[in-house]
Design a protein around this ligand. Sequence first.
Ligand code: 5RP
Length: 213
Amino acid sequence: MKKAAALAAIDYVESGMIVGVGTGSTANHFIDALAGIKGKLDGTVASSVASADRLKGHGIPVLDLNQTGGLELYVDGADEATKYLHLIKGGGGALTREKIVAAASKKFVCIADDSKLVDRLGKFPLPVEVIPMAQSYVAREIVKLGGEPRLREGFTTDNGNIILDIHALDIINPVELETKLNQITGVVTNGLFAIRPADVLILGGAEGIKVLK
Ligand code: 5RP
């Protein structure tokens, strides 16, 4: 189902594009499918070292976002999504670079299997990337907001930071929570994609593909 969603996203790739590429098992299906049309691309921008390595392994050029300017298209997976195209991302720990590439892209196409569609975000623990020395301070501030932060043990992001996964959240207003979390000093960013949601959500399911816009 992840692969079906990834293959459907190939339709959004046009000749001469530089495509933003996400991270995770669904994004990996997209990368593998991109290999089949790599001659059409001017290049890609990767949201993680892992995705950059996979792209390069297929002989697909990976460019620096500072050299490309804005992108037409970003394709990435999600851990949870709503019908409003608000997302939780960062299960793979790449949330900050994913958010940067999403922000720099005109169109964000999110690809997922339909188990990721939820009525309300928060069952999946919300990842927050934190500067290491701020871990305890940020954790105390998150508790004040009603969450239960847990350190992702043995994990360092591509940016050299830690991840706190926030459990026990029932996210009624994702835009407000995204803003509040980002205002805590020491937070690099959080895995809510609500201020800049997806533009298209492609869901793979038992009965085929469903597209929400
Ligand atoms: C990585 C992500 C991924 O998009 C998210 O975790 C979904 O992963 P998968 O496609 O493996 O289910 O945000 O940081």
